[in-house]
Design a protein around this ligand. Structure first.
Ligand code: DX5
Ligand code: ZN
Length: 224
């Protein structure tokens, strides 16, 4: 099991955009560790979301780190703008990153944490050669594109293998999971080795989003 504290990253994809700053304030009061921002281009994934303007807006209303998940083709086109807008980390999909090593180092050059994401069907081996270069490894636990999907249970074994791969590379990268993370799925991910948990629907559709963040962290056996 992971020794560190579980980090909760609410995904604003499921927030009420008419009251975005209130939603982020609720995440802060609940003890969120990061704010997860899902950028989708309608090409890498079928859905279309937001870009620089929203990152800038969120940056203005919180001091929490902004964990930006790029579900886009040619992600490098956005690195400079997103870094300037206030992203703390940029996570790119290996399926859309043929020059992954160069792209990760460009993200670092811009002062951001460099992350690589894997779709459920993408083998872990695709990041094996850069495991020691990562600041974050994101194992998707749904097929990306939408909030509110069901957790894919077979990803637990992949999380376990991802943790072992990072340890073998002596990497201190965060191991993040994203998709269908809720009260009934988070503990098994934590036990498998994940330490950073994206939660959209589970937080923002909760009766009380503020206390839900602590509820989720509490399922990892860590007091809030
Ligand atoms: C899905 C996104 C997720 C999404 C998760 O493609 O990457 O970050 O917001 O939503 P939930 O937690 O509702 O599955
Ligand atoms: Zn995401």
């Amino acid at each position: 099991m992971n020794g560190s504290r579980a980090r909760i990253a609410p995904s604003i994809l499921s927030a009420d955009f008419a009251r975005l700053s209130d939603e982020i304030a609720r995440c802060e009061s609940g003890g969120a560790d990061l704010i997860h921002i899902d950028v989708m281009d309608g090409c890498f994934v079928p859905n279309l979301t937001f870009g620089t303007k929203v990152i800038e807006t969120v940056r203005r209303v919180t001091d929490l780190p902004l964990d930006v998940h790029l579900m886009v083709v040619q992600p490098e086109k956005y690195f400079d703008d997103f870094a300037r807008a206030g992203a703390s980390g940029l996570t790119i999909h290996v399926e859309a990153a043929p020059h992954l090593h160069r792209q990760l180092y460009r993200i670092k050059e811009l002062g951001c944490q460099a992350g690589a994401a894997l779709n459920p069907a993408t083998p872990l081996e695709t990041v094996g050669e850069v495991a020691g270069d990562l600041d974050l490894l994101l194992v998707m636990t749904v097929n990306p594109g939408y909030g509110g999907q069901s957790f894919i249970g077979t990803m637990i074994d992949k999380i376990r293998r991802a943790k072992a791969m990072l340890e073998a590379a002596r990497s201190s990268a965060a191991l993040e999971v994203d998709g269908g993370i809720a009260r009934d799925t988070i503990a098994s991910c934590w036990i498998a080795g994940a330490d950073t948990f994206v939660a959209g629907n589970a937080v923002f559709s909760a009766h009380d989003p503020v206390s839900e963040i602590g509820e989720l962290r509490g399922r990892c056996g860590v007091s809030v």
